[in-house]
Design a protein around this ligand. Structure first.
Ligand code: GLC
Length: 772
């Protein structure tokens, strides 16, 4: 640090001469500090990940202490100490735990660098879609959205979703570090030197945000306040989705829907892959194979099934195709360095790519969606938006290796503000999701948009949910799915899932069953497979598989009130729906190392069976008592071996908790006939339970309009009496269930209490007398 160049810019911002540029430290809140190194010659910082600074900044009270050697900036959440001599800084949480140890920011020939020490016990989690263990220490992560090779494995680096937000857990204290760069970047997390963390971005500047935590929920909420929240998602999206590349005609699709209902497999959505298009042209229907899409979509909707269609950003070069002609005339496609539209190869053959960096292109693209929305399509699935190319139809001699993106010198943006692909690459999928969502909202203002994207980066949660692209039908990929999805949740993207059954290759009956049992409890639940693979719909292998898979999906529908509540929490606080075991016990090293179990919410622990031919599995129980669905109790911390069969799904409810469950319906809009069940676990050591349950009318502004219901359930065991109360805490929506039923799970047994009618105003109360 050379010298302080001026007095503070305001009571919460300081700047210094540093490394041939400016180092600026801004306290955005007590717990969030922005640190930016901007070389003098650098262009202004551009971001697609961070929400407007004015929405983010809050009044903070920073206490300044300084002498010739150091300057100390303190808030109730953290202390940042700058050492003028060495030019390094340290950050401590309020209780003294160091979260940034001797940070040195430098301007290197290969990029702007953030280097610091890593505490011996520190774990680093998150970082977007990653294979391998949840703890990233010992790896170098590349931040570059990438169409990963089929059969990616534990060691694969860059994947489809790149998020440069990392959570650090050190002595049970959690904090976050977010690098706001869409340029190619890497973080060496103790790989070259186990005690060092080195992040390097190829961008012209380095902008980082520090989140002081000190818990997982607070860290994720702080990160969400920087990059935004996921908007409320439609209710139907939490049901089961069926997909396949290869439903080649309307008849195929009808048959899937009919079988779904015949087989009594709950289902809320069918996805149409490229097959519905006319020669891979976006926003068209194949007139021969899908002659009356409106009728098809209507018929499916009558059965409670929503239709989702795929859209890719590559536009077929065809002078007879209106979207291409119009986009070309308007100059809406990404340009080569020579200022002509860049032409590459993807599914439609020779193609150009829509330039989502431009607002007018996003508007235009959104309007094109009417071709699908007019037919009644409910949601959009956007793909190949890394963006990636494929040489399937390329002529001899043109070879485009799998995962090739666009050249780095292609040009985005309006003429007056050009942007290189090198700068915009990681944000391309985010802005395509933005365009898609805005188009849906403007054409259907009263409906929550559903957008599913493959490419994502920090901030994508504002516009879409994601799935882990192109999983292989293998046991290895089934196992990888757990830490991959957990990592996404810790990267601020709360709703994720994977291709159940596996995308590439043929699945087996047992593998499909295990995939479906896991997937039924993931935030997003869709079975999807590649063209030319064996069918893998739930009934494809007959009995006993069909019944076992049906039971897995039915479990999801039973848990719908929980899923809806968790999604609401996510949209309010940035909390992932699926959480690592360490979520509430970051000081438990076994939880921190656990890659094969997870929590749905705080209180439901899931230990999926992920080994072929398994007859038992080891389950780690964190501190506390846990009850299995068969009524057995387990006490942690402990590892227990539990026998399993193909039917087994291992779910455990924490003692001292409430789980809301509904009766199984065939789809989420079917009116509830049965009661809302409150499954309550209490023990002498955990005699109290409390939960907030959320429901709403599915309107995008349900919260603002008051068309929601927020119920509070409290249960307490005092002496010989257990009292349970449910009341409507806020919101004006009437309860959607006709009745309420409480089930008490105690060490001495399970007791179903009287079913009460759900009359307004909602007040239910049960008293249970413990005998002897
Ligand atoms: C990509 C997608 C996959 C889709 C296929 C054809 O590989 O990841 O889900 O089925 O393209 O559209």
């Amino acid at each position: 640090m050379d010298e302080i160049v001026s007095a503070p810019l305001s009571a919460s911002e300081w700047h210094f001469d540093h490394e041939g540029g400016e180092l600026r430290v801004t306290f955005l809140t007590d717990a969030i500090v922005r640190i930016a190194l901007t070389p003098w010659a650098a262009q202004p910082h551009r971001t697609w990940s961070v929400i407007p600074m004015s929405d983010l900044r809050r009044a903070t009270a920073v206490t300044v202490t300084q002498d010739a050697a150091i300057m100390e900036l303190t808030t109730p959440a953290l202390t940042l100490t700058l050492d003028h001599q060495s030019g390094t800084f340290f950050v401590r949480q309020a209780n003294g735990v160091i979260i940034c140890d001797g940070v040195k920011l430098t301007d290197q020939p290969n990029g702007r660098r953030w280097e610091m020490g890593l505490a011996e016990n520190a774990r680093i989690l998150g970082g977007g879609e990653r294979t391998g263990p949840l703890d990233r220490r010992g790896r170098t992560l590349t931040f570059w959205v990438n169409d990963a090779l089929p059969n990616y494995d534990e060691k694969t680096d860059a994947m489809f979703q790149s998020v440069s937000f990392l959570t650090q857990v050190s002595v049970g204290m959690v904090s976050g570090l977010f690098f706001d760069s869409n340029w190619y970047a890497q973080a060496d997390i103790g790989e070259s030197n186990m005690d060092r963390f080195v992040y390097t971005t190829s961008g012209p500047d380095l902008v980082a945000y520090l989140c002081a935590g000190p818990t997982f929920p607070e860290t994720l909420a702080q990160y969400a306040s920087i990059t935004g929240l996921m908007p409320p998602q439609p209710r139907w999206s939490f049901g089961y989705h069926q997909s396949r590349w290869g439903y080649t005609s309307a008849e195929d699709v009808r048959a899937i829907a009919t079988t779904m209902r015949e087989q009594q497999i709950p289902c809320d959505a069918i996805h149409l892959d490229l097959d519905y298009m006319d020669g891979y042209r976006d926003f068209t229907w194949n007139a021969e194979r899908f002659p009356d899409p409106t009728a098809l979509v209507r018929e499916l909707r009558e059965q409670g099934i929503h239709v989702v269609t795929i859209i890719d950003p590559g536009v077929k070069i065809d002078p007879n195709y209106a979207v291409y002609r119009e986009g070309l005339a308007l100059d809406y496609f990404i340009r080569s360095a020579d200022d002509t539209p860049f032409e590459g190869w993807v599914w439609p053959g020779r193609s150009v790519w829509a330039d989502f960096a431009q607002e007018q292109v996003r508007d235009w693209w959104g309007k094109q969606q009417h071709a699908l929305l007019d037919a009644g399509v409910a949601g959009l699935w956007i793909d190949m938006n890394e963006p990636t190319q494929a040489d399937m139809w390329a002529p001899e001699g043109v070879h485009i290796p799998h995962g090739t993106s666009l050249p780095l010198d292609t040009v985005h943006g309006p003429d007056e503000q050009p942007l290189s692909h090198a700068e915009f690459h990681n944000a391309y999928g985010l802005e395509m999701a933005h365009a898609t969502q805005a188009g849906l909202l403007s054409q259907r203002p009263g409906e929550r948009p559903f957008v599913l994207t493959r490419a994502a980066t920090a901030g994508s949660q504002r516009h879409a949910i994601v799935w882990n692209g192109d999983t292989t039908s293998s046991w290895e990929h089934l196992r990888l799915a757990i830490p991959m999805n957990l990592g996404m949740g810790l990267s601020g993207i709360p709703i994720t899932g994977c291709d159940l059954g596996g995308f590439w290759g043929n699945t087996t009956p047992e593998l499909l069953t295990r995939f479906m049992q896991l997937g039924a409890l993931l935030p997003f639940c869709r079975n999807h497979s590649a063209i030319d693979t064996q069918p893998q719909e739930p009934w494809s292998f007959g009995e006993p598989y069909t019944s076992i898979i049906r039971a897995a999906i039915e479990r999801r529908y039973r848990l719908l009130p929980l899923l809806i509540t968790l999604a609401h929490e996510a949209s309010e606080m940035g909390t992932p729906m699926m959480r690592p075991l360490a979520w509430l016990s970051p000081d438990d090293v076994n939880c921190l190392s656990c890659n094969d179990q997870f929590l749905l919410g705080n209180d439901l622990m899931i230990a999926p069976v992920i080994v072929e031919g398994a007859t038992s599995r080891n389950v780690y129980f964190p501190t506390g008592e846990w009850q299995a669905e068969d009524g057995r109790w387990y006490r942690g911390p402990d590892v227990t071996t539990i026998p399993v069969t193909l039917e087994t799904m291992l779910l455990f409810q924490r003692a001292g908790s409430v789980l809301p469950k509904a009766e199984v319906t065939q789809h989420t809009s079917e009116a509830a006939q049965g009661p809302l069940d409150l499954e309550i676990t209490l023990t002498p050591a955990a005699p109290r339970a409390e939960m907030m349950i959320w429901d709403d009318d599915d309107h995008p502004q349900a919260k603002e309009r008051g068309t929601f219901a927020c119920y509070v359930v409290k249960a307490e065991w005092q002496g010989e009496v257990i009292t349970i109360r449910l009341s409507q805490h806020s919101g004006e929506m009437a309860m959607r269930y006709p009745a309420l039923r409480a089930r008490l799970h105690l060490p001495q047994g399970t007791y179903t209490l009287e079913t009460l009618p759900a009359q307004a105003p909602l007040q239910a109360e049960w008293h249970f007398l413990i005998e002897g």
